[in-house]
Design a protein around this ligand. Structure first.
Ligand code: GLU
Length: 886
């Protein structure tokens, strides 16, 4: 019995052990996204520690930020339910009311919004960096940029609190700082204030405004002409990256922004995805697309706050160190919650790694030791250029800051370290049996360019090889470049030359000289294959239209000859030349004979028929001319068709390549070509990029591997046209397919704001104008190292069917000839009718009708001589007329 009781007790204990303790946490928010973020954050925290013995249950409310009464009521309801912590609200206006309740009842209160109060209540933890701490960053930026004068534009009291401390700089070390409030004449219209500011002639500005007004203010600055390269702005809002700054990135304005949340972090992207999904599920109208870059800092801070809170509770309760029990607390009355302070105190001493970086608090409960990313607006959008540490107050820039004035340096007698990578024909190891040292070890187009530049500008140089051959890739998370780009940025090399494509992404990190070579993306593929000869090759010389017209011409000319034959009196001949006065005449151009005569001529075989009258001879002459020309053209073109091999290409351009499935394709991994597709906005190129991403084995490390793959497999390699040209000069089985997809150039890279850039660019232009670069290109492309191997073997040009454009003139001549023939026969016929009517003493009309009646009787090829109008030919029986019907 005792044993059974012990077993039951053990079971109960274990069953309780499996069931996790639950703690309610309250959340008061004024927008749905934050409410959902709070729920996801709790879910995420609960799943982060699978062995923990409790889970948090979120109880959320969405209340207007100005409805303090309702907020107070909800807070009391939450306290009565027994909560272990209260998160929110996200409004500066109503927050103090909630804070006083939590303080009185000793409930941990966690805020995520910006709070300007210096003194923080005991139960409050605000996870947003204090504006005063951030104001140190603005000061440090002004000092680093060495702004002697600046105007601080602030929107309201809140923003003044964050930028006010900048006034400390006024009159210090000769600096002048002016504060100006962005006053509006009517809602959202700052133009008159901005115009006034413009008239002051200042060019450096600190802009402190809410994220909702930022875009409008920037637009209005642009409208009044304050968005040019003369102006510089520091934007203090930590959510600046959530605004689309594309319209301002091309004007060259120096815009510096700051952020604490990196939208490229996988966790931030996942959260944005989850939020988007939940929003879709919970509300029918999803107003904005919650992309990672649109995620506001406050939303991310909800995640950090919940994680910090969970971590604190976990630390308190793990191993049952402390038993925390939530108890209902009444708003009215003196009751408090005893555990509140233990949670708050531990929370303030904890350090967690959140979405916004290191989450840590100082003795005053303000966030400390955090990093802020410094961003700069460039052609590629906002790019990270460095970071700032709030405790050390130190910057770590990835590239040197733009000096106020770039001093021009003379490169004469300077010695440059020139970084190269081995890649034929740009840079190669010199082919020799002798042991070489120094610069002599290298040769190639790029080497010649540097040599020529040094001759022009008088600088010395030492080539250094990039061991891994990498041109440089930007790590979007750390903002750091590797490869040749990294070496230039770090200052370990002065210049870098290879087939280094000038791209906007690279241009934002280094400076490029003017391009020394122009190119575009194209396709390298095997040469087209010959088509097997067709059985009906003989029809190929003429197009279908020409064959059709030839047939129609044959019919028309045959019929014309037949009619003209009947009309022309001289075609009616005496069948018995020895009978001087024949009674009947016959016509050789019967219907069948006419067709036979024309066909005989067409086949160049002739027939026994010979036209007699002028009209039939005219038409025959033109027909023979026509036949002569057509047959010669046919023979010549047929010869071309038989000797030339017709080639077939499975695709003619990138679109056709992307559409088909049989031929695989790729490009150089992480090269400018692949990045072109990655960054393109065109759907067809996006499709190609997604194909490349899903087939990493088709993305090759270098061009050489690409060429080998094209030669050995059914593979097309997307590469730059200049390199294709080089390859096809040496690999005769390969060819470029299609034209160029874009237009760009190779440049010499050097440090940002390099003082040598202008001189080097001018020298490159001079080399171009003198034809030195063209000459060097011919040398390395067509002459050296097996160049010109394939140019001797020029393919026969393709034969194409002759179209109407080619032989149309011959048809025209035939047509004119036929018309002349018809006119001639009509003239002959009229003369004949006239003579007959005179002889027979009847009118022209009567004679004409009589003759016509006979002529249109096509069966009759025998004609009576001296037929009188009233005589019938049928009475005559002197000749057997039937035998003349051919
Ligand atoms: N020129 C390219 C670059 O600078 C490499 C070759 C390519 O991507 O086709 O990255």
């Amino acid at each position: 019995m005792i044993l059974i009781l012990m077993f039951v007790f053990w079971c109960v204990c274990n069953a309780r052990g499996f069931e996790k303790e639950t703690y309610n946490i309250g959340g008061i928010f004024s927008d749905e996204t934050q409410k959902l973020a709070f729920q996801i954050a709790t879910y995420r925290a609960n799943n982060k520690y699978p062995l923990s013995e409790f889970k948090l249950v979120p109880i959320t409310f969405q209340i207007s930020p100005f409805d303090t009464l309702q907020m107070y009521k909800v807070t009391c309801d939450l306290l009565q339910m027994g909560i272990v912590g209260l998160f929110g609200p996200s409004s500066t206006y109503s927050s103090p009311y909630i804070q006083s309740v939590c303080d009185a009842k000793e409930i941990p209160h966690i805020e995520m919004h910006v709070d300007f109060h210096i003194k923080r209540n005991d139960t409050l933890v605000n996870i947003h960096p204090h504006p005063q701490v951030l104001s140190r960053l603005y000061k440090d930026l002004i000092r680093t940029y060495d702004w002697k004068r600046a105007i601080v534009l602030y929107e309201d009291e809140d923003s003044l609190m964050s930028v006010g401390p900048l006034l400390e700089y006024h009159n210090q070390i000769g600096r002048k700082i002016i504060l100006k409030q962005l006053e509006t004449t009517d809602t959202g219209n700052y133009r008159s204030l901005l115009t006034e500011v413009k008239s002051l002639g200042e060019t450096n500005f600190v802009l402190a405004c809410s994220i909702d007004s930022l875009e409008d203010i920037l637009k209005q600055l642009q409208q009044i002409g304050m968005m040019t390269e003369t102006y510089s702005y520091i934007i203090t809002n930590l959510d600046t990256q959530t605004v689309d700054l594309t319209p301002f990135q091309y004007a060259g304005t120096n815009i510096t922004a700051i952020r604490m949340l990196n939208p490229e972090l996988t966790e931030v992207m996942e959260i944005a995805d989850n939020l988007q999904r939940l929003r879709k599920e919970t509300s029918s109208n999803v107003p904005i697309l919650l992309q990672a870059w649109r995620t506001k800092l406050e939303t991310a801070l909800i995640f950090d706050a919940v994680e910090l809170f969970y971590d604190t509770l976990y630390n308190l309760t793990v191993g049952k160190k402390k038993v925390i029990a939530a108890v209902p607390v009444e708003c009215a009355g003196d009751s408090t919650w005893n555990e509140g302070y233990s949670i708050i105190n531990l929370m303030k001493s904890k350090i967690v790694d959140g979405l916004s970086g290191n989450v840590q608090f100082d003795v005053e409960g303000l966030r400390t030791n955090f990093m802020v990313d410094i961003l700069e607006l460039s052609l590629g959008g906002l790019m990270k250029i460095g970071e700032w540490n709030s405790t050390m107050r130190s910057f770590k820039f990835q590239r040197p800051q733009k000096p106020q004035k770039i001093k021009e340096h003379n490169v004469f007698n300077t010695t440059f370290t020139v970084l190269i990578s081995i890649n034929p024909p740009y840079q190669m190891l010199t082919e020799t049996t002798a042991q070489l040292v120094g610069n002599d070890r290298y040769e190639g187009f790029g080497i010649d360019v540097i040599q020529e530049l040094s001759k022009l500008l008088g600088f010395n140089y030492t080539f250094v090889e990039q061991e891994d051959g990498s041109y440089g890739v930007l790590n979007k998370t750390t903002g750091i470049w590797d490869g040749m780009m990294g070496e230039i940025i770090a200052g370990r090399a002065d210049l870098a030359i290879t087939d280094l494509t000038i791209t906007s992404e690279r241009e934002s990190a280094v400076d490029f000289s003017e391009p020394f070579m122009n190119l575009g993306i194209s396709i390298l593929y095997r040469k087209p294959e010959p088509v097997p000869p067709s059985l009906f090759m003989f029809v190929s010389p003429f197009s279908f239209t020409v064959w059709l017209l030839l047939g129609v011409s044959y019919l028309i000319v045959s019929i014309a000859i037949f009619i003209m034959g009947r009309l022309s009196p001289s075609e009616w001949q005496n069948p018995y030349p020895c009978v001087e006065e024949p009674q009947y005449l016959i016509n050789q151009f019967s219907f069948r004979n006419s067709f036979w005569f024309i066909l005989g001529a067409l086949m160049q075989q002739g027939s026994e028929l010979a036209p007699i009258s002028i009209s039939t001879r005219t038409v025959s002459g033109f027909w023979w001319f026509f036949v002569l020309t057509m047959v010669s053209s046919y023979t010549a073109n047929l010869a071309a068709f038989l000797t030339v091999t017709t080639l077939v290409t499975p695709f003619n351009d990138i679109d056709e390549l992307a559409e088909q499935k049989e031929i695989k394709f790729g490009a150089k991994n992480k090269g400018a070509t692949a990045n072109y597709f990655r960054d393109s906005n065109l759907t067809k190129y996006k499709k190609i990029w997604s194909y490349m991403v899903h087939n990493p084995d088709l993305m090759l490390d270098d061009n050489e591997a690409g060429v080998k793959k094209v030669e050995t497999e059914n593979y097309a390699f997307l590469m730059e046209s200049t390199t294709i040209e080089y390859v096809t000069e040496r690999h005769c089985a390969l060819a470029q397919v299609g034209g160029l997809l874009d237009d760009k150039g190779y440049g010499i890279a050097m440090k940002k704001f390099s003082p040598y850039r202008n001189e080097i660019s001018t020298a490159i232009l001079q080399l171009q104008e003198k034809g030195v670069l063209t000459e060097r290109k011919i040398k390395w492309w067509k002459e050296k190292r097996g160049g010109g191997k394939c140019s001797a073997k020029k393919e026969n040009s393709e034969a194409t069917a002759l179209d109407l454009q080619n032989v149309g003139g011959v048809f025209l001549v035939l047509f004119v000839g036929s018309i002349l023939g018809v006119l001639g026969s009509l003239a002959e016929f009229s003369c004949y009718i006239y003579r007959r009517s005179k002889k027979e003493k009847i009118s022209f009309k009567e004679e004409f009708q009589k003759e016509m009646r006979f002529i249109i009787n096509f069966k009759q090829n025998v004609k009576e001589v001296n037929t009188l109008p009233n005589e019938s030919s049928s009475d005559k029986n002197l000749l057997d007329v039937t035998k003349y019907n051919y």
